[in-house]
Design a protein around this ligand. Structure first.
Ligand code: FE2
Length: 201
């Protein structure tokens, strides 16, 4: 006669299987890079497409500028070491916040944001620095050049976003990207003024 009792060993195996992580999974992308999905944000597809393309360019350049700040934070040398070490790190953090805001706006416009270093390196307009260390004036000049690239494109892209009726993207460019970069340029550029330290000229 068959027992009415359930097989406890089999039940335990089934339960354990449910807790087993399903590693090694592969599938096609759900949204290839460069393709848009339509979100209900009352913006035309053309406006979203233009915004996504422009924001991805600024994203690549902002990620590069952010990383350039960390490189200089680590590699800075000389009598202003501590001051610049801290300043470079503060600017790195502010650029990091910009990166997140730009990338998330790309996603909310229905696009796909760039993310990985290889893709950023292919896209950025900022010249590649050497792997080695550079003198402070060269570090600062390199950062200023990178800021100017970002500011130039961001101003043009802000105007284009406003013309397309994309006020949110325009605001991100003006209130966040442009203002942050302008302020950081001021903080950097004053370090390249050849002002006397002890004796007035
Ligand atoms: Fe640090």
């Amino acid at each position: 006669m068959k027992s009415a009792m359930p097989d406890k060993r089999i039940d335990a195996d089934a339960i354990l299987n449910r807790a087993l992580p399903l590693t090694n999974q592969h599938a096609l992308e759900i949204q290839p890079y460069g393709h848009l999905v339509k979100l209900p944000i009352a913006l035309s597809e053309a406006a979203c497409r233009q915004g996504v393309e422009n924001l991805n360019q600024v994203l690549a350049d902002t990620i590069t500028l952010r990383d350039l700040y960390k490189k200089h934070h680590w590699q800075v040398a000389g009598p202003t070491f501590h001051q610049l070490h801290l300043l470079f790190d503060r600017h790195h953090e502010q650029q990091s916040e910009l990166v997140d805001a730009i990338a998330e706006r790309i996603q909310l416009l229905g696009g796909v944001s760039l993310a990985m270093a290889h893709d950023v390196a292919e896209t950025t307009l900022i010249p590649r620095p050497p792997k080695g260390r550079e003198e402070v004036p060269v570090q600062i000049a390199r950062l200023l050049h990178a800021h100017e690239i970002v500011l130039k494109e961001a101003r043009t892209m802000a105007r284009l976003a406003a013309e397309a009726g994309d006020e949110g993207t325009n605001d991100l460019f003006v209130s966040n990207v442009i203002r942050t970069n302008e302020l950081q340029v001021w903080f950097l550029a004053e370090h390249l003024v050849d002002a006397p330290l002890v004796h007035a000229e």
